[in-house]
Design a binder for this molecule. Sequence first.
Ligand code: NI
Length: 167
Amino acid sequence: MSLLPILRFPDVRLKKIAAPVINIDDGIRKLVADMAETMYEAPGIGLAATQVDVHKQVVVIDISEEKNDLRVFINPRLENCTGAQTGEEGCLSVPGIYDKVERAERVTVHYLDLDGKTQRLDAEGLLAVCIQHELDHLNGKVFVDHLSQLKQTRIKSKLAKQARVTA
Ligand code: NI
C-alpha cells in the first residue's frame, strides 16, 4: 500500500466528474487499499477518489472511533434523501477550514462492494453527512461550494496564505 497525495482546494482537478467503475480489478482493489491508508494517515473519516486525482466513482468512509469499520462504495447512487441536519464539516482537501453545511438527515445509497455485489445502505446522522460529502466530490463539488461567495473568497485567500507559509 502507499500514501497518495491529496489535491487541495481550489485545484481545478477537484471539479472533475468521476466516471463509473466498469471492472473491479486489481487496480481498483489497490486504489481502495491506498485510499484507506491515506484516509487513516491524514487522519480523516472519508475520502473520494477525486481527491487523489483518480476520477472514478470510488469512496472510502470510516466514522468509527476505533478506525476498524472501513466502508467502500463503488458507483454509489443516492436516493430517498429526507429530513435536514446542519453540522460543521471539514475536508482533507480544504485543510484547517470548518463550516456549517445543511444536508439531508437520512439517505439511502445503492452501490457495488469490492466483490462487485449490489448493496444498499440506509444511513442517518454523521454517516449520512459523510456519504453526501464524499458523493459531492465524485460530482466535482467540495463542501465550500455550499457556502456563500464571500466565505468562498475568504477561504481561498486563507489557503493561499497557508500555501505560501508552508511552501
Ligand atoms: Ni472532502
